[in-house]
Design a protein around this ligand. Structure first.
Ligand code: HEM
Ligand SMILES: *[C@@H]1O[C@H](CO)[C@@H](O)[C@H](O)[C@H]1NC(C)=O
Ligand SMILES: *[C@@H]1O[C@H](CO)[C@@H](O)[C@H](O)[C@H]1NC(C)=O
Ligand SMILES: *[C@@H]1O[C@H](CO)[C@@H](O)[C@H](O)[C@H]1NC(C)=O
Ligand SMILES: *[C@@H]1O[C@H](CO)[C@@H](O)[C@H](O)[C@H]1NC(C)=O
Ligand SMILES: *[C@@H]1O[C@H](CO)[C@@H](O)[C@H](O)[C@H]1NC(C)=O
Length: 324
């Protein structure tokens, strides 16, 4: 007791949360899991992802985001892929699903895998491998994906409330990440996923219009950039597709995201908050300065994200949209 109250006085609340978070993952993953069982697995997945991305350049960003959502809700168990059933709305039909698309790419890879090695490769592993592939394909790092995840049998729309919101500050973000065993470095590195893709107006509009009682515009945003965002979203109610790219090089995986955040040009409040808070500012600065460092840390944090809540008592789904 005495020791603990002593700890309390010297550690910030965020640090304490890290200490009391239990490891969520029970199963042990393995880089060589399919070496014997399905040696062509990774090749089939990367070919499918590459092909789909040629036809639709939006695919890579959508797949990367899919991995994040999957792992943050019920762990990396492909719950994000399940379709709603009668009487039960699934995650993909929950509120922040606006860019959750490209499920057909996973379906396509799964169909080919079922022909090559039936009942072997889990849908959760397909998402994890595909997320690595899109990053590497667009100029980012390569890493060995640990495999052997099992697919879950449950997906609930109301649980999407547990995803971090784009309006979150660093305290809220770090609590959300700490609950999954992820620290501040992981938060900053994984937010670098916003080097890819696009956002709809609904996710950032509140920052540039009637922000608060005191400020019309979020005071942390670059003034010209705010004006640009406002113009993009003149009438979002009529144009549901309106929005802005998350990065000026939104089809290249690079460290430009951090340079933009330092210039007040992060699209979400959560992006900008990383630079506004002393706990994370130095990490943003080091990734902006050193792309190699960012790549190394992003890869390491993606491996950690892929370990979140991995389940032992799941199944290998035959079709990723329905339980067996
Ligand atoms: C830190 C907390 C995070 C918040 C609050 C957040 C929030 C958001 C929001 C609001 C969007 C835009 C949705 C839309 O309006 O279309 C988005 C897009 C995206 N997010 Fe995040 N995100 C976070 C972390 C991550 C992580 C960890 C990754 C992956 C490593 C990621 C990857 C992406 C990608 C690639 C897109 C673009 C999707 C597309 O172009 O279709 N995000 N995020
Ligand atoms: C590539 O994708 C297109 C469109 O989705 C499909 O018609 C074609 O068969 C695919 N090719 C391969 C080799 O998978
Ligand atoms: C997103 O969720 C809404 C309900 O909140 C649902 O009507 C819609 O079909 C979902 N969109 C996609 C692409 O899954
Ligand atoms: C979602 O709804 C179920 C009941 O259908 C409830 O047991 C559960 O606590 C809810 N979860 C959240 C995060 O609200
Ligand atoms: C973060 O947001 C929460 C909820 O709005 C608020 O209580 C807290 O004071 C904020 N923390 C910081 C450091 O701004
Ligand atoms: C702006 O927000 C305030 C509350 O903060 C609200 O009373 C007001 O109606 C809003 N104005 C517009 C134009 O939406």
């Amino acid at each position: 007791m005495a020791t603990f109250s002593h700890l309390n006085t010297i550690l910030s609340p965020t640090v304490l949360i890290l200490f009391i978070t239990l490891p969520l993952s029970k199963a042990v993953l393995d880089a060589h899991f399919y070496d014997q069982k399905c040696p062509v697995a990774e090749h089939i997945i990367s070919e499918t992802v590459r092909n789909a991305s040629i036809y639709d350049p939006k695919v890579p960003a959508r797949i990367l985001r899919m991995f994040f959502h999957d792992c943050f809700l019920r762990g990396c168990d492909a719950s994000v892929l399940l379709d709603s059933t009668q009487g039960s709305k699934a995650e993909k039909d929950g509120p922040p699903n606006i860019s959750l698309r490209a499920f057909y790419v996973v379906d396509d890879a799964k169909a080919k895998l079922e022909m090559a090695c039936p009942n072997t490769v889990s849908c959760a592993d397909i998402i994890a491998i595909a997320a690595r592939d899109v990053v590497t394909m667009l100029g980012g790092p390569y890493w060995n994906v640990l495999k052997g995840r099992k697919d879950g049998r449950v997906s609930k729309a109301n649980e999407t409330i547990n995803l971090p919101a784009p309006s979150f500050n660093v305290t809220q973000l770090s609590q959300s990440f700490a609950r999954r065993g992820l620290g501040l470095k992981d938060l900053v590195a994984l937010s670098g996923g916003h080097t890819l893709g696009f956002s709809h107006c609904s996710s950032f509009e509140a920052r540039v219009r009637n922000f608060s009682a005191l400020h019309e515009v979020d005071p942390n945003i670059n003034i010209e950039f705010a004006e640009k965002l406002r113009k993009k979203c003149l009438d979002p109610k009529r144009d549901h597709n309106a929005g802005e790219f998350l990065d000026s090089t939104s089809s290249t995986f690079d460290n430009d995201y951090y340079q933009r955040v330092m210039a007040g040009k992060g699209v979400f409040g959560s992006d900008q908050a990383l630079y506004g808070d002393f706990r994370t500012r130095w990490i943003v600065e080091s990734f902006a300065k050193d792309e190699k460092l960012f790549f190394r840390e992003f890869a390491a944090s993606m491996v950690k994200l892929g370990n979140v809540g991995v389940i032992e008592d799941g199944e290998v789904r035959v079709k990723c949209r329905v339980v067996n």
